[in-house]
Write a protein that binds this ligand. Structure first.
Ligand code: CP
Length: 309
């Protein structure tokens, strides 16, 4: 693969390979070993056309730890604001001879459009409702480390599935790795194509939670709602909020996850988010290692090192 545009199209052994590679960087990060600098002399550009805290910072930290010359393009301060088209922006970045591009965009498919126009590998850092592959990889790594394996784990993904690229990438990744995936959302936030995704859909959160090994909560994405469909936070919490009482329905060892940013007191209570079963900060830590692995693996062809597929 030249780019990482999504989990779709990756084989289970390729996903496992990226997770194994990330494990190496978890260890290097733990021991603060920065002796391996595979991206030294390479230029990484992070071009974010949509807001981000975790993904942008962790791609920046990942690139720096790997020795890359790193530049961030913030769309809000760029010529995008003057009306420059996506294709012209892509051609401009390409002319600067970037060795790897990391792109986030609010439109589904925009990252592929850029990838088709440039000469270097492109990593999708989230495009519209489509995919967020490094998020799914970091979530799978967190589950694998905490639960020993992803295969056979009963994972409940609950929230705004309709607008969630995190949910889509996670469903593709977790089912490829043979997890048992249950998805739960109000019927208005359930994607019509869910029947084709090898998951069990629920509208009753209490029923979905029975015996769960992992509970992954999603943010209600008010910014992607069409007018009039925003659920009231109070009503939403009553039916779909992860409270301590609800979490008790899951297995006693159940792991609580959230990709962030959280709406505390809406989809997740603080007592749960900050509680002993929460893996939320661990997810962030795994994000750095996963992004180091993806940057390293995708630039191997440029560095004339054996690639991965
Ligand atoms: N999980 C995630 O993508 O967070 P950011 O939007 O802060 O990058």
């Amino acid at each position: 693969h030249r780019h990482l545009l999504g989990i779709e199209g990756l084989q289970p052994h390729e996903i496992a390979f990226l997770l194994d590679e990330a494990e190496r960087w978890v260890e290097a990060n733990r021991t603060r070993d920065q002796s391996a600098q595979p991206l030294s002399n390479l230029t990484q550009i992070n071009a974010f056309f949509e807001n981000s805290t975790r993904t942008l910072l962790s791609f920046e930290i990942a690139g720096k730890r790997l020795g890359a010359d790193l530049v961030n393009m913030h769309a809000a301060q760029s010529s995008v604001k003057k009306g420059e088209t996506l294709i012209d922006t892509a051609q401009t970045l390409n002319a600067m001879r970037a060795d790897v591009l990391v792109i986030r965009h609010m439109s589904s498919g925009a990252v592929k459009l850029i990838a088709d126009k440039v000469d270097c590998p492109v990593l999708n850092a989230g495009d519209g409702r489509h995919e967020h592959p490094t998020q799914a990889l970091l979530d799978a790594l967190t589950i694998r480390r905490r639960r020993g394996s992803v295969a056979g784990q009963r994972v409940v993904i609950c929230g705004d599935l309709l607008h969630s690229r995190v949910a889509r990438s996670n469903i593709l990744c977790l089912t490829a790795l043979a997890a048992e995936v249950r998805v739960c959302a109000p019927s208005t936030l359930m994607p019509p194509a869910i029947d084709r995704m090898f998951v069990t859909p629920y509208t009753d959160f209490d029923a979905a939670l029975e015996g769960a090994d992992v509970v992954m909560m999603l943010r209600v994405q008010n910014e992607r709602m069409e007018g009039g469909t925003i659920p009231s936070p109070r009503e939403y919490r009553l039916r779909y909020g992860l409270t301590p009482e609800r979490l008790a329905r899951a297995a006693p060892h159940a792991l609580v996850m959230h990709p962030g940013p959280m709406n505390r007191g809406v989809e997740i209570d603080s007592a749960v988010a900050d509680g002993p079963q929460s893996a939320i900060t661990e997810q962030v830590a795994m994000g750095v290692a996963v992004r180091m692995a993806c940057l390293d693996v995708l630039t191997r062809r440029t560095r004339k090192v054996e690639g991965w597929a």
